[in-house]
Design a protein around this ligand. Structure first.
Ligand SMILES: [Zn+2]
Length: 164
């Protein structure tokens, strides 16, 4: 993925420790953080049972996805762990958005050889789109308020994810 972005002309920093969540890649020019998430650990496309204490009972139905299958043994433990990871992801991205960063999540399964090129093309498209949008905004509204930034970042994640 790094090679693919590099060959498409994007420059980035790796494992940027100074930002919340330590994004895997940071593209300053695009004000964008990219997280590459493992499908199992971050529960990609899995419908976890809704329980306020983050636990899961044996009889709860879990809809596994192609890339994330919760083991039947120690299920409560895995569900709680994955849910915690998901909540942490959300919180970190919320903080980054408040700081004016866009966040993009790329899933492990989207980087398999058969999908990799399409994922990278889509990522490149999204980054260029964000860049143009930001420039337009600066021209139209010199004062960017924090809430607008938050909203914009949320929309970005949505639109990137919905393209899959
Ligand atoms: Zn996946």
């Amino acid at each position: 993925m790094r090679k693919g972005l590099w060959s498409r002309g994007f420059r980035y920093r790796l494992n940027y420790k100074r930002l919340p969540g330590h994004p895997d890649l940071v593209l300053r020019k695009y004000r964008t953080c990219i997280f590459v998430n493992g499908c199992f650990w971050h529960g990609h496309l899995v419908a976890l049972p809704q329980m306020s204490d983050g636990r899961s009972k044996k009889e709860d139905v879990i809809e596994n996805s192609a890339c994330c299958k919760i083991p039947n043994t120690n299920r409560e433990f895995w569900v709680a762990k994955i849910r915690r990871n998901q909540e942490r992801d959300k919180e970190e991205q919320r903080k980054l958005a408040a700081m004016g960063w866009h966040c993009i999540t790329v899933w492990e399964c989207e980087l398999k050889p058969a999908k990799r090129e399409a994922t990278l093309d889509s990522l490149a498209f999204t980054l260029n789109h964000l860049f143009l949008q930001d420039r337009k905004r600066v021209k139209m509204y010199p004062q960017v308020d924090e809430n607008a930034g938050l909203l914009r970042a949320a929309e970005t994640v949505e639109s990137f994810n919905s393209k899959k």
